[in-house]
Design a protein around this ligand. Structure first.
Ligand SMILES: C[S@@+](CC[C@H](N)C(=O)[O-])C[C@H]1O[C@@H](n2cnc3c(N)ncnc32)[C@H](O)[C@@H]1O
Length: 249
C-alpha cells in the first residue's frame, strides 16, 4: 500500500511539522501523553505505526525506560525526515519502509499518532488491533493517539465545529478549514471513541481513554498478564520446577 503525505495533506514534507501543529488541537501535549503511556511499561521494543517525521518516536525516545523504537511508514519522504530528526538516537531508532498492514514483530508496545485514521473500516481496524494484541507480550500496550468523532450527526457537527475553531485560531481561514476537512475525508476516517474502545476490548485488551482535547484523543489498551499455572509458561524466578517424573530415581 502506498501513501504520500505531500499529496494527501497538500503540504511540503519540510513544512509538515509546522502544519500538523496548526491542524491538530493539542498536538504537542498529545504526543507527550502518548509517550508517557508507552514508557509506563518500560518497553524494550516499541512499534510506531505511521511514524511519519518521527515526532512521537522522538518523544518516546526521550524516556530512559524505553529501549528501541521501530518507525513503520509507507512514505519514504516522511521516513527520510524522521532519520534526520532521530540521528542522535543511534541504534535506539530503526526505520521500516513498510505498511502497518504487514505482520508485526513481537514487541512490548504498539503506538500510533494520527496514522490509524487511514484504516477505512471498523472491521479492518479491529483486525489491526487483534494483530497488535497478538504481537504484544503480556502487560504490553497499544497506545493510539488520533481524532475521534461521535456517530450521531449533531455530535459530529459539534466535533468538527470545535476542530474548525482550532484551525481558525491557528491562522487558517474558516472557509479553508472546512475545505481541509473535505479534502482529508477522501482518505481519513474518524470513528467514535466508544467504538474504538470496543475494538480494543474485542482484541482482548483492557481499554481506556487517558487524554482528550477537542477531537484529539488517546486510547490505551493493555494486554492482561497471563495467569500462572494450567500449563502456561513458568512465571517464577529462575528455572522452572522439574516435572515429577524427572525427580524419581
Ligand atoms: C498524518 S501522518 C502522522 C505522522 C506522525 N505519526 C505524526 O503524528 O505526526 C500519517 C502517516 O501515516 C502514514 N501511513 C498511512 N498509511 C500507512 C500504512 N498503511 N502503513 C504505514 N504508514 C502509513 C503516512 O505515510 C504518514 O506518514
Amino acid at each position: 500500500m502506498s501513501h504520500s503525505v505531500r499529496r494527501h495533506l497538500r503540504v511540503d514534507i519540510a513544512e509538515y511539522d509546522a502544519s500538523i501543529r496548526r491542524f491538530i488541537p493539542g498536538y504537542e501535549a498529545m504526543l507527550a501523553e502518548a509517550a508517557k503511556a508507552v514508557a509506563a511499561v518500560s518497553p524494550r521494543l516499541v512499534l510506531d505505526l505511521g511514524a511519519g517525521t518521527g515526532a512521537l518516536s522522538a518523544a518516546i525516545l526521550e524516556r530512559d525506560e524505553v529501549g528501541t523504537v521501530e518507525l513503520v511508514d509507507v512514505d519514504p519522504e516522511m521516513l527520510a525526515q524522521a532519520r534526520v530528526r532521530l540521528a542522535g538516537a543511534g541504534d535506539r531508532a530503526r526505520f521500516a519502509l513498510r505498511s502497518f498492514d504487514d505482520p508485526f514483530p513481537a514487541c512490548d508496545a504498539v503506538t500510533a499518532s494520527l496514522a490509524l485514521h487511514h484504516v477505512p473500516t471498523l472491521e479492518a481496524k479491529g483486525a489491526l488491533f487483534r494483530r497488535a494484541a497478538e504481537a504484544l507480550r503480556p502487560g504490553g500496550v497499544v497506545v493510539n493517539a488520533d481524532v475521534t468523532m461521535p456517530a450521531d450527526p449533531e455530535g459530529r457537527e459539534a466535533g468538527f465545529r470545535v476542530w474548525a475553531d482550532h484551525l481558525v485560531v491557528s491562522g487558517i481561514e474558516e472557509r479553508r478549514a472546512w475545505e481541509h476537512f473535505a479534502e482529508w475525508a477522501t482518505e481519513d476516517t474518524y470513528f467514535p471513541l466508544e467504538e474504538e474502545l470496543r475494538l480494543l476490548r474485542d482484541a482482548g485488551l483492557d481499554a481506556r481513554c487517558v487524554w482528550r482535547e477537542g477531537p484529539s484523543t488517546i486510547l490505551v489498551g493493555t494486554k492482561p498478564q497471563e495467569p500462572v499455572g494450567r500449563g502456561l509458561p513458568y512465571a517464577g524466578v529462575g528455572s522452572p520446577p522439574l516435572p515429577a517424573r524427572d525427580l524419581q530415581g
